[in-house]
Every structure is written in C-alpha cells, then in structure tokens.
Design a protein around this ligand. Structure first.
Ligand SMILES: C[S@@+](CC[C@H](N)C(=O)[O-])C[C@H]1O[C@@H](n2cnc3c(N)ncnc32)[C@H](O)[C@@H]1O
Length: 284
C-alpha cells in the first residue's frame, strides 16, 4: 500500500524551530527556577519493581549508566540531566530554548554536577557532536514537539555508537476520541501539557525510525490517567497496577494509553526489525 510521505522544506523546519524557541523561552522565563533535587529523585528508580509510568520505565531501559556518555535531548530546565549525572553518567544536554539552558546550567551548579554535565542551546535537527559518540540518548517529551521527525533520524543515528540506544518517553495520542474527552474535562492543565492531539506521538511515527534503527515500544497508563481528577494517591496507584494487567492481556486497549516509551537500537551491523518492548530479549 502507498503511503504519502510529507515533503517539508528547510524553511518549514526553521520556522518550527523559531516558534518552539520563542514559546519555550517565554514559558521558562515565567515559570521556572533552578532547584536542588533530593536524593530520592535519582535513587527511587532502583526500588521500583513494576513500572506504572513511562518515565520510570524509560530510566530502567537505560540500564546501568555509570560512566556512560548520555545525551539528554530537549533537556528543558535540566532536572533530568542532573538525575542522570547523579546516577553516574557523563551528560551532554541540548535544548532549543536558551532560557532553559541557562536554568539547566544553574541546576547543575546548585546540584554539584557541573563536572559531569555540559549544556548547549541548539536544535535536535542539527546535532553537532562527534560521530559514534554517545552510548545512550534519552528524551523526555521531546519527539512530539518535532513536526519533521524524519529529519532527526539521520542526526541521531550518526552520533550514537553502534549497538547504542535512544530511549524516548512521549505523550501518546493514537485515539482522537479519547483526546476529545480529555480536552472536554475542565481540569487545569500545565502550559506545557496543551499539546494538540495531532502532535502527540502516534504508532505511525515509529515507521520514521525503522529505516535505520531496531524499534521497540511499550504503552503506559489507561485508567490511571484519571490522576487529573482523583487526588487520592493510593487509588491512582491501584489503577496504575490495574493498567499493567489491562495493557498486557488486552492488546486492543494499548492504543488508548496515555504515554509510550520508544527504544531505538542502532544495530552493530545494519539491519531493521521492530517489536514491542519486553517481548524479545534485550541486549542486542
Ligand atoms: C515538553 S518540554 C520537555 C523538557 C524536558 N525534557 C522535561 O522533561 O522537562 C519540550 C522541550 O523541547 C524543546 N524543544 C522543542 N523543539 C526543539 C528542537 N527542535 N531542538 C531542541 N529542543 C527543542 C523545548 O524547548 C522544550 O524544552
């Protein structure tokens, strides 16, 4: 079957970058301050057995990062870069917003990880790092900001070592119906959370990466997305565990998940395949 591949010009991309920079500079100027993180922020991952959130699962996917060279893509205020550094990684981080990068550098300073971190303002479309440089790339909620995902595949592939991986945790928007319901519910949302449904990650976006990477993925959160309405933590936690069973035994529900963790593996020798995370042995 034929699939129409959108053709984007360089000026479309530049325009997107300018808009993202402006929007995020404004946002970070208003909303963000560097803050000191407590050890629980980087130690908690080791005691989690069953991951009900994509975020913690994405850290598990990274494995042992001690002295690994890791890139935090779209690092925002650098809170996650600090966590990676505290967990032993040598961290490079990039974001289009220079306001974010200023806060991130201050975060690294007050959290005493300056020697293990390096921040730069720039675009993920132009990753000016040496070839085969990173063991791992991580991105928290960055891919869905990129309207030209096809243009990031090659830059990513170039900087990751053969056998290295990229892990992304993204808001997932496969179901338009569910998104309509979400937007109809009158709960306060964070400025950063007002992503349009059509920009949230979709299964079809996985195809963009399949030409060069082995692709694995896993969906998270069905009922526990009601945490916007239910403030009783233990009940939300219960729903999270129920979600694990529902998503495992009823695959047709996965398209209604709230987030997705995507893992891209750069093969040691060039080949392609794709599967769901956790269904084939890792350590390719
Ligand atoms: C939802 S925020 C996530 C930030 C951070 N990863 C976090 O979890 O807090 C998305 C980030 O992507 C950045 N961004 C958007 N387009 C970008 C691009 N082309 N290159 C680099 N960063 C970009 C924005 O400036 C913003 O900081």
């Amino acid at each position: 079957m034929w699939r129409v591949i959108p053709v984007h010009s360089k000026s479309d991309r530049k325009q997107e970058e300018q808009q993202e920079k402006q929007r995020h500079d404004d946002y970070y100027k208003k909303e963000s301050q560097p803050r000191i993180l407590a050890p629980v922020h980087w130690e908690k991952f080791d005691s989690i057995d069953r991951h009900i959130h994509g975020y913690t699962y994405s850290v598990k996917c990274l494995g042992n990062i001690k002295d690994k060279r890791v890139l935090d893509l779209g690092c925002g205020t650098g809170w996650f870069s600090v966590i990676l550094a505290k967990r032993g990684a040598l961290v490079d981080a990039i974001d289009i917003s220079s306001e974010a990068i200023n806060i991130a550098a201050a975060m690294a300073k007050i959290n005493e990880v300056v020697e293990r971190t390096s921040f730069r303002a720039g675009s993920v479309y132009e990753l000016d790092y040496p070839e085969n440089y990173f063991d791992l790339v991580i991105g928290q909620a960055i891919l869905h900001h990129l309207r030209h995902k096809d243009k990031v595949v090659m830059p990513l592939y170039r900087i990751i070592k053969p056998g290295g991986r990229a892990v992304f945790c993204e808001p997932f928007g496969e179901s338009r119906t569910l998104e309509r319901i979400r937007l109809a519910v009158p709960v306060p949302v964070d400025e950063e959370d007002k992503t349009h449904w059509d920009e949230q990650f979709k299964y079809r976006d996985l195809d963009t990466f399949r030409a060069l990477f082995k692709v694995r993925y896993r969906e998270f959160q069905l009922l526990s997305r009601l945490d916007r309405l239910i403030s009783y933590g233990p009940f939300v936690n219960f729903l999270g565990h129920l979600d694990l069973a529902l998503l495992r035994y009823f695959p047709f529900l996965r398209r209604y998940a709230r987030s997705i963790v995507v893992e891209l593996v750069k093969p040691k020798a060039k080949s392609t395949c794709s599967t769901r995370l956790g269904q084939i042995p890792t350590g390719l």
